[in-house]
Design a protein around this ligand. Structure first.
Ligand code: PMP
Length: 350
């Protein structure tokens, strides 16, 4: 049979989204449970009247708003259709086929997919026994072919976070010609003061790029808006490979409105953080090895018990995210949703 697509993609697992089951409580995709921020629906309604027009391809107003918020020039900002698309563009901008991309494993499951789609080679470095990145091993994995290293902080799906001293040492050890992408999708939920804000702390290093998203704390998962803060050289290269018009007009309008509601975002994030603490306390009475989380989800290292645990929760009407043979990621929901999960977890683990 004539082959029309790449043979190497046959072995590549597809991205598995969190399952949505009608009527069930969904704690599987790290969304926030509170609906859109104030002003977002109005901005979308207004934007709806212009949907026959293309969006502003330069994303000027949104990039200016982000530039002001983070105190960086707008030329260093790139937006995209979710931060996952920008991560893919970064690899496209940095890697030729056969180049290597280093990342921790387990980490965000899109990294292997976007690496393979660029024809680059994944180099996975196992997490430490306490489920965090092994930064010395990641630095040691760098070869002449390494172009990009992903550092996911806090890490999806384990929730663990890297602290200032270890990140400083890692960045000093990585060669200047390797791009370190610090993926901070969950930054707004970080409460440990030793976990650095990479935009404030590292974005002036030319080989560091910081990825953020409006999908999580900012509540815009359905609209797909992410952004990158990088050196002018990297940002310019990424803009060249970005799919034209990939930050849609309603997405730009809604993102601007969401950013104006930052006090309410912070209030909601604090509610999530408080519930995260309650979930961790209660889960540790069942499983003392549940690691600390700096994100809006918690990780249960259940090994082969992960899939049966997911099924037991689903039977109790709560959808969580099992990773076969490894663990289960549970998004922090409303107090009532968390109560339903805790009841299911107590039953499944007793
Ligand atoms: N990075 C990490 C670590 C994530 O967990 C996610 C979402 N699951 C993303 C990036 C992508 O987010 P989005 O494309 O919605 O911006």
């Amino acid at each position: 049979m004539t082959r029309l697509t790449r043979a190497d993609l046959e072995a590549l697992p597809a991205y598995v989204p969190g399952r949505a089951v009608p009527g069930a409580i969904k704690l599987a995709s790290n969304e926030v449970p509170y609906g859109p921020l104030p002003g977002v629906v109005e901005a979308l309604t207004e934007a709806a009247l212009q949907t026959h027009r293309y969006p502003d391809m330069g994303v000027v107003a949104l990039r200016d708003a982000l530039a002001e918020r983070y105190g960086v020039p707008a030329e260093r900002l790139v937006t995209g259709c979710g931060s996952v698309a920008i991560a893919e563009h970064l690899i496209r901008a940095a890697c030729l086929p056969g180049d290597e991309v280093v990342y921790a494993w387990r980490s965000f499951e899109a990294y292997p997919i976007i690496t393979a789609s660029a024809g680059a080679t994944s180099v996975r470095v196992p997490n430490t026994p306490t489920h965090g990145h092994d930064l010395p091993a990641m630095a040691a994995a760098v070869t002449d072919r390494t172009r990009v290293i992903f550092v996911c902080n806090p890490n999806n799906p384990t929730g663990t976070a890297l602290r200032r001293a270890e990140l400083d040492a890692f960045l000093d050890a990585v060669p200047a010609n390797v791009l370190v992408v610090i993926d901070e999708a969950y930054r707004e939920f970080v409460t440990d003061g030793d976990v650095p804000d990479a935009i404030d702390t590292y974005a002036d290093r030319p080989n560091v790029a910081v990825l953020r998203t409006l999908s999580k704390a900012w509540g815009l998962a359905g609209l797909r808006v992410g952004y990158l803060v990088a050196s002018p050289e990297v940002a310019t290269a990424v803009r060249k490979v970005v799919t034209p018009f990939s930050t849609s007009m309603p997405a730009q309008a809604a993102a601007l409105a969401a950013l104006r509601a930052d006090a309410e975002m912070a209030r909601r994030a604090a509610l999530v953080v408080s519930e995260r603490g309650r979930l961790l306390d209660e889960l540790r009475t069942l499983r003392p090895d549940v690691p600390e989380s700096e994100a809006n989800f918690v990780w249960l290292p259940l090994g082969d018990g992960a899939v049966p645990f997911g099924a037991a929760c689903e039977a109790a009407g709560v959808i969580v995210r099992p990773f076969a043979g490894d663990g289960v990621r549970v998004t922090v929901g409303t107090p009532e949703e968390n109560d339903a999960f805790l009841a299911a977890a107590a039953k499944a683990l007793s």
